[in-house]
Design a protein around this ligand. Structure first.
Ligand SMILES: O=P(O)(O)OC[C@H]1O[C@H](OP(=O)(O)OP(=O)(O)O)[C@H](O)[C@@H]1O
Ligand code: HPA
Ligand SMILES: [Mg+2]
Length: 184
């Protein structure tokens, strides 16, 4: 699939699945230790987090409810416009709920910084973030991300939910693109 378009594999399918199991166990233990009762509310950030959200929710050994928000700041570019648009809001009130934002990537941090302010204003009981990927060298705004799967180099990546111009989300691993893809 995508013959000749992927330059390198940064995180394999197996590495992703192992990390998800590790994060799920750790997060369940943390919430149990903090005495959280009642279902956790996972807020998946569409579209990028869709694969991570569904695998993570199934790996999590405590009950969780699933909600989605769709925001976009990249469009078909490889750097954030900095303007975050809500394409789909949550369907319900999160006041008093223990909310865990499930993201695919923290790159500049602009999306998450905006989202954390937006959701905090709705008065959840707690608000934390779990992101599969983070690019430490790309961060423009400091955002508190309690759970991170992999720190990766400052390169544009695709796969496992992440797109370039809406393509490659369906790959089961994280990779970089051959430069010819950008010029075609
Ligand atoms: O830290 P940042 O620089 O803000 O980048 C991270 C955000 O950018 C991507 O979303 P995008 O806007 O591409 O929408 P998508 O998930 O629908 O692809 C990604 O899924 C994150 O939500
Ligand atoms: O590296 C990336 N790849 C795809 N989408 C993204 N959104 C933020 N950073 C990235
Ligand atoms: Mg995108």
């Amino acid at each position: 699939m995508y013959e000749g378009e992927i330059a390198s594999v940064l995180v394999t399918e197996q590495q992703i699945q192992d990390k998800i199991n590790e994060l799920a166990k750790q997060i369940a233990a943390d919430y149990a230790r903090d005495g959280v009762t009642g279902d956790l509310l996972l807020v998946g950030v569409l579209k990028g987090a869709v694969m991570f959200m569904t695998d993570f929710a199934r790996a999590l050994p405590i009950p969780a409810q699933l909600e989605f928000m769709a925001v976009s700041s990249y469009g078909s570019a490889t750097s954030s416009s900095g303007v975050v648009r809500i394409l789909k809001d949550l369907d319900r009130d999160i006041a008093g709920k223990h909310v865990l934002i499930v993201e695919d990537i923290v790159d500049s941090g602009l999306t998450l910084s905006w989202l954390l302010k937006n959701l905090a204003s709705r008065n959840p009981a707690s608000l934390e973030v779990c992101s599969l990927l983070r690019k430490p060298e790309a961060v423009k705004v400091d955002v508190p991300v309690k759970y991170v799967g992999f720190d990766i180099p400052n390169e544009f990546v695709v796969g496992y939910g992440l797109d370039y111009a809406e393509r490659y989300r369906d790959l089961p691993y994280i990779g970089t693109l051959d430069p010819k893809v950008y010029s075609s």
